[in-house]
Design a binder for this molecule. Sequence first.
Ligand SMILES: NC(=O)c1ccc[n+]([C@@H]2O[C@H](COP(=O)([O-])OP(=O)(O)OC[C@H]3O[C@@H](n4cnc5c(N)ncnc54)[C@H](O)[C@@H]3O)[C@@H](O)[C@H]2O)c1
Length: 349
Amino acid sequence: MDINGFGFYKSKAISLDVYFAVNHMKERLLIMQAKDVCRIAIGGAGIMGTSIAQIFAKYGYSVVLYDIVTKSIENGKKLIAINQETAIAEGEIKPEDSKELLDRISFSMDPKCFSNADFVIEAIVEDMKVKHDFWFQVSEIVPTGAILTTNTSGLSITEIAKAVKKPERFAGMHWVNPPHIVPLVEVICGEKTDLAAAETIAEVAIKIGKKPVMVKKDAQGFILNRLQFCILREAMHIVESGIAGIEDVDAVMKYGLGMRYACLGPFEIADLGGLDTFYSIASYLFADLSDMKEPPKMFSDLIDQQFYGTKSGRGFYDYSNGKAEKVIEKRDKDFIKIANCLYKSTGRK
Ligand SMILES: NC(=O)c1ccc[n+]([C@@H]2O[C@H](COP(=O)([O-])OP(=O)(O)OC[C@H]3O[C@@H](n4cnc5c(N)ncnc54)[C@H](O)[C@@H]3O)[C@@H](O)[C@H]2O)c1
């Protein structure tokens, strides 16, 4: 075992009283530390992969984006160009720095691009079989101590890890769309994840200006998607029950709850609102809320017609004829304003 290797934990000096500990370490995989992470390899040049690539490149990391579909690589380049134009227009980055950022990102369709990666992020389709095939191949190619992460939205980390060689270096690293702007990253350990790997992931996230949270249990959906899908389920229930239309539901989130949630969590909001009042409301309202176990018809109808949202030109709303690009641009501009206002200028924790 090469304990002097680049980026690995250094072995402790051997003495009799640490004999067993050292022996144990010989068995233990040496896991890369955050300070030694330089080369990032991302699987999947889609919505998330391209955005994650930009935040790493912004902080000086070299990034390779790997995909198996030529069109995805072309679309990925287009998405990055849109994001960078917006960032320049908003004064977030100087044109010359944006150019340098772009120079740090390369694209590849050759899995060998993972062979010198320090840190891998898998952001391919949300399908266990596809993820297993990916990890089976890639975890054989990467250097032994590399950190391996999946951006799954909520599949079991332990289950994905079954295809990973040396799963102690593998964990969930769940980003929020668009990752180059939104600060949260959830770090999720699977049953076999070494805590040292989770710590490296959290430290790397901090180094690129993110706010990592540790998810204590590998529960489906982690924290963010359990909350998000609770809201989406109720939003669709409200529309299907005729209580309100989709524009009004979106308006309630944007102009009411969304503004609160940019500053406060649900527990903080309840404390500020008064727990006696919130308890009374919970007592009559919980029973009336949706507890449906399957995606509702209004959702499956869209899927049947291959209406997947901005990426296909139609979702709950219409995004044809260049509307998708405008929506993405507006979202990025709005998010940059919020991020600057709440996190950058005030240094808010
Ligand atoms: N979109 C979101 O809001 C969001 C947020 C958080 C997490 N995620 C998760 O991130 C992952 C990616 O989501 P996305 O929205 O970027 O999807 P996407 O459809 O935009 O991109 C997926 C990309 O993966 C590529 N791909 C498929 N199989 C591959 C393989 N074997 N090797 C390499 N590339 C492959 C596809 O060609 C495509 O470019 C999913 O697990 C998703 O659940 C998505």
